[in-house]
Ligand binder design. Structure first.
Ligand code: ASP
Ligand code: MG
Length: 401
């Protein structure tokens, strides 16, 4: 029997009914696999044991040292894990709970944002050999000195793929409240369609560009270990989307150039002109941003200036910093980054032409663009975002199977 990792997100464990579905998925898979089950804290903000609710316990001031805050946050996943364990035991399914640290997830000392530095699988393997379902509290680890740490928001996905990689699992199944990866956000594109397979690079790009179903860091770990993932719904029997490397790709996947369209809003475009004879403008601008922790994107540097984007929430500070070092920056607020993603577009002529055609015919101005071998990004005004998603989805015929 190979090892299978199942990860259940917050909404999958938030109600007795949802937990009933979780037990059903566990009971089905344990017939064929040794099971490691990773859980998130129960529910969303407002639910009693959700991560945001625990954070709210620290009061208005939010004053608490990072080490102690991580101890508080770890409780959410532990409560969730123990609740599920009691359900399983109630049904006669032998199971045990491990904290992230007990499961051998060793991290650095960066509280709130810890990086995994080692995976010690002995404890998990011992319990699996005893025939138990091993439930691991997600989102957490321990340092080499035994301190409790958390892996950053959304970190349970990372726990799951790190365990899958270290245990050489056959697969990690990420159970969530949507039916898998879709060609676009169904709230904006009515005929968005579920995908049966996406590659790791495509998935990473989608996850980074706003598709929130799985954390990009978790996908990167899976890609490095060549661990197949399945993104699927807790509330159905549908198998969802397989995320894997090209070896497992079906012919249909290799044939398509564009896989999906993703988007992120809330972006400001900044343009800075170099002064006459100035040679270190780029250095000054990007050092100022870095020094104040402002993350920059869509960077376009020419000898005469720089154009780049920041989050709308950082725009006022970025503008003030630029003015402070003597520049007169231009800003376009409320933009959106629309990503056309496809592992099959590399070296294929005409993809950019199709994008430009679709957007131009819809009267949409492209403010900026960038590309990698599996994604072309365009920056548009936020009011053009939904029309852009629809135009591109139609242009690349993503509604067709
Ligand atoms: N409960 C944590 C969070 O809300 C971790 C997770 O859900 O993945 O960020
Ligand atoms: Mg999540």
């Amino acid at each position: 029997m190979g090892i299978l990792v199942q990860k259940f997100g917050g909404t999958s464990v938030s109600t007795p009914e949802a937990r009933g579905h979780v037990v059903r998925h566990i009971d089905r898979e344990r017939q064929q696999h040794d099971l490691v089950v990773v859980v998130s804290a129960m529910g969303r903000s407002g639910d009693p044991y959700a991560t945001d609710s625990l954070l709210a316990l620290t009061g208005e001031s939010g004053q608490l040292t990072a080490r102690e805050r991580d101890m508080l946050l770890c409780c959410g996943e532990i409560i969730s894990a123990v609740t599920l364990c009691s359900l399983l035991q109630g049904q006669g399914i032998e199971s045990t709970v491990l904290t992230g640290g007990q499961a051998g997830i060793v991290t650095d000392h960066h509280y709130g944002q810890a990086k995994i530095i080692d995976m010690q699988t002995a404890a998990v393997l011992k319990h699996l050999q005893q025939g138990k379902v091993v439930i691991v509290a997600g989102f957490q680890g321990r340092t080499d000195t035994g301190e409790w740490t958390t892996l950053g928001r959304g970190g349970s996905d990372t726990s799951a793929t790190a365990l899958g990689a270290a245990l050489q699992a056959v697969r990690a199944d990420i159970y969530t409240d949507v039916s898998g990866i879709l060609t676009a956000d169904p709230r904006f594109v009515e005929n968005a369609r579920p995908l049966t397979h996406v590659g790791y690079a495509e998935m990473c790009n989608m996850a980074r560009q706003g598709a929130k179903v799985i954390h990009p860091r978790a996908v990167e770990i899976a890609a490095q270990a060549n661990l197949p993932l399945r993104v699927r719904s807790t509330f159905s029997e549908d198998e969802g989307t397989l995320v894997s490397g090209p070896l497992q790709a079906s012919a249909a996947v290799q044939d398509r150039h564009v896989t999906g369209i993703a988007h992120v809003g809330g972006i400001t475009q900044l343009s800075v002109q170099a002064r006459d004879q100035e040679s270190d403008m780029q250095l000054q601008v990007f050092q100022a941003m870095a020094k104040h922790g402002i993350s920059v994107d869509f960077i376009n540097v020419t000898p005469s200036g720089a154009v780049y984007t920041v989050f709308d929430s950082d725009a006022a500070q970025a503008l003030a910093l630029l003015r402070g070092i003597g520049y007169d920056p231009q800003a376009v607020h409320s933009c959106a980054k629309v990503s056309v993603i496809g592992g099959g577009m590399n070296g294929v002529p005409g993809i950019m032409a199709s994008i430009v055609e679709a957007l131009t015919l819809s009267g949409i101005t492209i403010l900026q663009s960038a590309d990698s071998n599996s994604t072309i990004w365009v920056l548009v005004r936020e009011e053009d975002m939904v029309p852009a998603l629809r135009a591109l989805h139609a242009k690349f015929e993503l509604h067709l199977p």
